[in-house]
Design a protein around this ligand. Structure first.
Ligand code: ZN
Length: 279
C-alpha cells in the first residue's frame, strides 16, 4: 500500500493511507543504507507487519525541520508592526522557489494601515501577482483553504507576522495562541525527533521556523538569478548575463523602465553580494 508519512517520533512513523493512519517502523535495510524515512515521504508499507518497505523518490527535502515533498510555502508577511519587509519576502521567495516549492504570499495586519500605506501595499501586491505568485490577505480564508487542498504546506515568515493567527483562522478547532504555534505544532519537542504534518482544512501543514533563518549558502549566481522568475522574459546580450554589470542587459532596462519593481532588483543585487561573501 502507498501512503505518506505524516508524523515521526524517534523511530516511529505514522503513515497516512487514504484516511487511515498506521504506526510503522522502517525496515532494517534503510538504516544500513543510511536512509531514513522523513515526514512527507511517499512510502510503500506492508499493513500486516506495519513496516515501511520502500521510500519513493523525493521531489525536495527541507532540513529544518526535515520534511520531504513540500508543495507549497505560505510566506506570512506583516504589513505593519513589524513593517513590510520586502528584502525578507524576496529572500524567502528565492529560497522557496530554489527548493521547487510554490511560494504563496499571505499579507497580515492590513487593518492597521492608513490609506496611503494601503496603496503602497496594494501596488506591491499587484506586482507579485503579475509575476505569477498568489497573494492573499489573512481574511481570505476560503481562498487559502482552496489553494492548500491536498498539498504539503510549510509556513514561513518572521516572528510576529501572524502565522499562528492564520492557522487559527484556517482551523478554529486548533486554537493556537499567539506565539504558541511552535508548541501547538510540536516544535517544543526538540529533544525527541518529532516532526508532524497537521491536517488543516484539507491540506497538511507543518511549521518551519527554519526557513526564515536559512541563508542563500550553496546557491550559485545563475540559480539565484533564475529564482527571480520575471527576469527570464527579458533578453540580454549575453545568455549567462546575471544582470549586474553587463552591457545591453534587458533586465536593467526593464528596471529603469519601471517594468520590474525596483525593490526586487535591488534585493537581487544584495543577494548576489551575499553569494560573493561565501566564495
Ligand atoms: Zn541581463
Amino acid at each position: 500500500m502507498k501512503g505518506q508519512v505524516v508524523k515521526v517520533i524517534s523511530n516511529l512513523f505514522t503513515v497516512k493511507v487514504n484516511d487511515e493512519l498506521y504506526g510503522c517502523r522502517a525496515r532494517g535495510r534503510f538504516r544500513k543504507d543510511n536512509i531514513v524515512p522523513v515526514v512527507g515521504d511517499n512510502v510503500v508499507i506492508d499493513i500486516d507487519d506495519n513496516i515501511i518497505l520502500d521510500i519513493l523518490p523525493r521531489r525536495n527535502i527541507l532540513k529544518r525541520p526535515v520534511i520531504a515533498n513540500v508543495d507549497m510555502a505560505i510566506i506570512v508577511v506583516s504589513t505593519k508592526h513589524p513593517n513590510l519587509d520586502l528584502n525578507l519576502l524576496d529572500k524567502l521567495i528565492s529560497l522557496v522557489t530554489y527548493n521547487d516549492i510554490e511560494p504563496v504570499i499571505c499579507l497580515t495586519k492590513l487593518d492597521l494601515l492608513k490609506e496611503n500605506e494601503l496603496n503602497v501595499v496594494n501596488n506591491v501586491r499587484k506586482y507579485y501577482e503579475m509575476i505569477g505568485i498568489k497573494v492573499f490577505d489573512n481574511t481570505e480564508v476560503t481562498s487559502i483553504k482552496r489553494v492548500i487542498k491536498d498539498k504539503v504546506v510549510v509556513l514561513a515568515g518572521q516572528t510576529g507576522a501572524g502565522k499562528s493567527s492564520l492557522i487559527n483562522k484556517l482551523d478554529q478547532g486548533l486554537n493556537v495562541k499567539t506565539d504558541e504555534i511552535s508548541k501547538a505544532l510540536g516544535r517544543g519537542k526538540h529533544t525527541t525527533r518529532h516532526v508532524e504534518l497537521y491536517e488543516i482544512g484539507e491540506g497538511l501543514i507543518a511549521d518551519t521556523p527554519g526557513f526564515s533563518a536559512l541563508d542563500l549558502d550553496g546557491i550559485t549566481r545563475l540559480e539565484l538569478r533564475d529564482t527571480f522568475v520575471e527576469f527570464s522574459k527579458y533578453e540580454c546580450r549575453f545568455r549567462d548575463c546575471i544582470h549586474n554589470k553587463e552591457k545591453e542587459c534587458g533586465v536593467k532596462k526593464a528596471v529603469s523602465d519601471q517594468e520590474i519593481l525596483k525593490s526586487r532588483y535591488n534585493n537581487y543585487l544584495l543577494f548576489l553580494e551575499e553569494l560573493e561573501k561565501w566564495k
